[in-house]
Design a protein around this ligand. Structure first.
Ligand code: CDP
Ligand code: CDP
Length: 224
């Protein structure tokens, strides 16, 4: 079957979206698009330019000049602002702790949603984020809402940090994740929420391989 579908993957921080999306896309020979990285790139630029993150109008002006580029790389998606690579710098804790303030503004969201829809137009994509199934791609052939308990999600991030030899504080991570989830779920514009036609998947007790297998089966079910 040559049909190339759109797969929308939403859920809170640390649910495993990007890990699973990357592997699923590789399996299907699809393109993986990490929309969180786009909100992170806007946040990095806003912080660098000293923009007040509560000022939606100024952020809207930033959007008109900001040249965000996504390209596929060896280890997933690479992110550029113009010619400058920001793949690593958008993962800083300063960006992480500020991104949900930037992401609540309609002026920011409308510009990014437009870009995301363009990227998904031809199908053959796995897109992850918070509002993909509800707002960005309401007609996606497969929608999954992936979650896990906040303890498990913080634990995953903690183990990831420790494995990388980074300093990590489990309790602080859990508080940061809970706070970001709360902001993402309670904002007025496109909050984090399960689409009515999304499949709910609790990954608390599942390994990465188990989740990838489950999603591959779901995708193959749609492609049949
Ligand atoms: O990977 P992690 O779970 O830390 O987050 P992310 O996917 O990189 O997203 C970072 C932030 O961007 C989220 O906490 C949201 O505030 C925002 N975001 C959003 O509002 N809508 C999306 N479609 C994707 C991300
Ligand atoms: O993209 P999102 O924030 O939803 O999560 P992620 O960055 O893909 O996953 C966070 C961490 O959890 C990574 O270190 C994954 O290896 C790990 N993980 C896991 O241990 N078990 C799963 N079922 C999924 C992810």
């Amino acid at each position: 079957n040559m049909t190339k579908i759109q797969i929308a993957l939403d859920g809170p921080a640390g649910a495993g979206k990007s890990t699973i999306a990357k592997q699923l896309a590789a399996h299907l020979d699809y393109v993986y698009i990490d929309t969180g990285a786009m909100y992170r790139a806007v946040t990095l630029a806003a912080l660098e330019q000293g923009i007040d993150l509560e000022d939606g109008q100024q952020l809207g002006e930033l959007m008109t000049s900001l040249d965000i580029r996504l390209t596929p790389g060896e280890n997933g998606q690479r992110v550029f602002i113009g010619e400058r690579e920001v793949t690593e710098s958008i993962r800083s804790s300063e960006v992480t702790n500020n991104v949900s303030f930037v992401a609540k503004h309609a002026q920011v969201r409308s510009a990014l949603v437009e870009m995301q829809r363009r990227l998904a137009e031809s199908g053959g994509i796995v897109m992850d984020g918070r509002d993909i199934g509800t707002v960005v791609l309401p007609d996606a052939e497969l929608k999954v809402f992936m979650t896990a308990t906040v303890e498990e999600r913080a634990g995953r991030r903690h183990r990831e940090n420790v494995a990388r030899g980074m300093e990590s504080d489990l309790e602080a991570l859990q508080a940061e994740i809970a706070l970001r989830d709360k902001r993402d779920s309670e904002r007025e514009v496109s909050p984090l929420k399960q689409a009515e036609d999304a499949i709910y998947l609790d990954t608390t007790d599942l390994t990465i391989d188990q989740v990838v297998l489950r999603l591959t089966e779901l995708a193959e079910g749609v492609l049949k």
